[in-house]
Design a binder for this molecule. Structure first.
Ligand code: SAM
Length: 288
């Protein structure tokens, strides 16, 4: 059975009396090379357990099951569960769970797998909910090795942007705190059925085992980043002024220059190391 063949995908959907659910972001991959590449590139250790979000009809799951120790797949659409039993029936290293990832207790689900060895995430994510899923994975603080995801190309550019570039934003800086993101490749919209409106890219995030930059107060770091990008066209001093009404303009300017920046620098110039240092100095001023 060739799950990358558009005709086969349509036949399987018809066989189980299913239609593609747009509200679940159901755009199934139909390019074998892309599917194989994602399964090959998603992590370095063959003995890894893979958490997959949204297996669809099992196209990527199949290739992951061939290459990795075990696969745990969360699928929200109950209608796809019998399909997955059919397409993945030959594997005894795949566990399919009919659940919404946003409601799943990932700690409880994955604890036994982490006890056995490395765990990574690999998914062609539903685009309507990409950022909340990514933030849930990062904020879970589970020690994943890698998170490899197919997402909208534009979002991928934002997540992998360099400080100072036009795509760089708060989410880029926050992601850099948790790990190092790299874009692997771009996939045209016509490699999916049904075809989405935009191209997609695959990114791989290598999570920091030990964070290279540790703020004195994590909440303060996130508040600093949020404030810095809250007023994008403004200088950092003005943006932070709006985000930290408790601090005077002089205190904010002093904090910025104490970190070695020009007083009129813009927030989008700062990388995660610089945001971490700045948040520590701002914290001092808040405590003073
Ligand atoms: N992995 C398949 C592929 O590459 O062809 C399907 C990918 S499709 C873009 C996204 C999948 O995620 C769909 O199967 C959809 O039903 C599922 N999904 C959507 N929202 C979900 C959620 N909150 N939790 C779990 N699965 C979800």
């Amino acid at each position: 059975m060739n799950l990358c063949d558009i005709k086969t995908v349509r036949q399987i959907m018809a066989m189980f009396h299913l239609t593609f659910h747009k509200e679940f972001g159901q755009n199934f991959l139909t390019d074998r090379l892309v599917v194989e590449d994602i399964a090959d590139e998603c992590c370095t250790d063959e003995q890894s357990t893979i958490l997959e979000i949204g297996p669809g009809i099992g196209t990527l799951t199949y290739e992951l099951a061939l290459r990795r120790r075990q696969v745990v797949s969360l699928e929200i659409d109950r209608g796809l569960i019998p399909v997955l039993q059919y397409t993945l029936g030959e594997f005894d290293n795949v566990r399919v769970i009919n659940e919404d990832v946003m409601k799943t207790d990932l700690d409880a689900l994955l604890a036994p797998y982490f006890a056995e060895g490395p765990v990574s995430v690999c998914a062609n994510l539903p685009y309507y909910i990409t950022t909340p899923i990514l933030m849930k994975l990062l904020e879970s603080r589970l020690p994943f090795d890698y998170i490899t995801i197919m997402i909208q190309a534009e979002v991928a550019d934002r997540l992998c942007a360099k400080a100072g570039s036009k795509d760089y934003g708060a989410i880029t800086a926050v992601l850099a705190y948790y790990g190092q993101a790299e874009k692997l490749f771009t996939v045209p919209a016509d490699r999916f059925v049904p075809a989405p409106k935009v191209n997609s890219s695959v990114i791989r995030i290598k999570l920091h085992k030990e964070k290279p930059y540790v703020p004195r107060d994590e909440a303060m770091l996130f508040r600093t980043i949020k404030a810095a990008f809250g007023q994008r066209r403004k200088t950092l001093v003005n943006a932070l002024g709006a985000g930290f009404p408790e601090l005077s303009r002089e205190q904010i300017t002093e904090a910025i220059t104490a970190c070695g920046h020009e007083a009129n620098i813009r927030g989008e110039k700062l990388d995660i190391a610089q945001f971490t240092a700045l948040s520590d100095v701002l914290l001092e001023h808040l405590k003073a």
